[in-house]
Design a protein. Structure first.
Length: 252
């Protein structure tokens, strides 16, 4: 599928690792073509081992493809890694908060790395803690916060840098269902309100349907089995049909 004004592009990307006993490498991604448009919320869905995290790592500039080209905002994220400081933010499966820093100090961390003055970074951090419903907990340490609250701090930290691109690696999978659903809705609202582009990795069909305005289902080695868009007027019945279609592909 071609997307207008792609901000992320993978062109015939293959990623292979190591070598088997027969001498062949393990192929995690196989000749993948993918474009993600600016302002899109893409849910990247697939079973464990289908290559989702490998794609994530290549977009983040943490690894480079074996062949093919990955570009983010027109640049190579692996070779131009330093150019993406403050332009890409990552929300991990675990909150990854520093235990010796308070909530507000954790949110300020990325701003410190960008050399933002102390007063401005505190103001920004407090703004985003407020957006995530954590005012009154800004001086709490991670051990005093619930799992959902810690993940809210993690989300606030990602938004505080004002990065245009958010990469999310199953950020709500460790939470209980109700907390995860609430945070998904809040996260999606913030992404849309602030005009961000997000790639959201998940293995949950329901989560993909809740959060994505575009869903890509991957088959192993990572290539696209389904690529579809959801509109605000997509009905429950239509979502049920989509869910069944995805289930059929994942069952193969």
């Amino acid at each position: 599928m071609t997307v207008a004004q792609p901000i992320i592009r993978l062109d015939q990307v293959t990623k292979a690792f190591g070598a088997s006993s027969a001498g062949a490498s393990f192929k995690a991604v196989d000749r993948l073509d993918l474009e993600v448009g600016s302002g899109q919320m893409l849910a990247l869905l697939g079973k464990t081992g289908c290559g989702k995290s490998t794609i994530f790592n290549m977009i983040a500039g943490l690894t480079e493809p074996t062949s093919g080209i990955v570009t983010v905002d027109g640049r190579n994220p692996f070779h131009d890694f330093d150019a993406f400081r403050g332009k890409i933010a990552i929300v991990f499966q675990n909150d990854r908060l520093l235990p010796w820093r308070t909530a507000v100090q954790n949110v300020e961390l990325g701003l410190e790395m960008l050399d933002i003055p102390p007063g401005q970074r505190n103001e920004t951090a407090m703004h985003w803690l407020g957006k995530l419903g954590l005012l009154g907990h800004e001086h709490d340490y991670p051990h005093a916060l619930s799992g959902g609250m810690r993940q809210r701090v993690s989300i606030a930290r990602a938004f505080a840098t004002d990065a245009n691109i958010l990469l999310c690696d199953e950020p709500f999978s460790a939470l209980d269902e109700m907390t995860g659903r609430t945070l998904r809705a809040e996260f999606l609202k913030l992404v849309k309100e602030n005009g961000k582009t997000a790639v959201f990795i998940t293995h949950s069909i329901n989560e993909a349907l809740e959060i994505g305005d575009r869903i890509i289902v991957l088959r192993r080695p990572a290539n696209i089995a389904i690529d579809l868009r959801l509109e605000t007027e997509t009905t429950v019945a239509e979502k049920d049909e989509i869910r069944q279609k995805i289930q059929n592909v994942l069952a193969m």
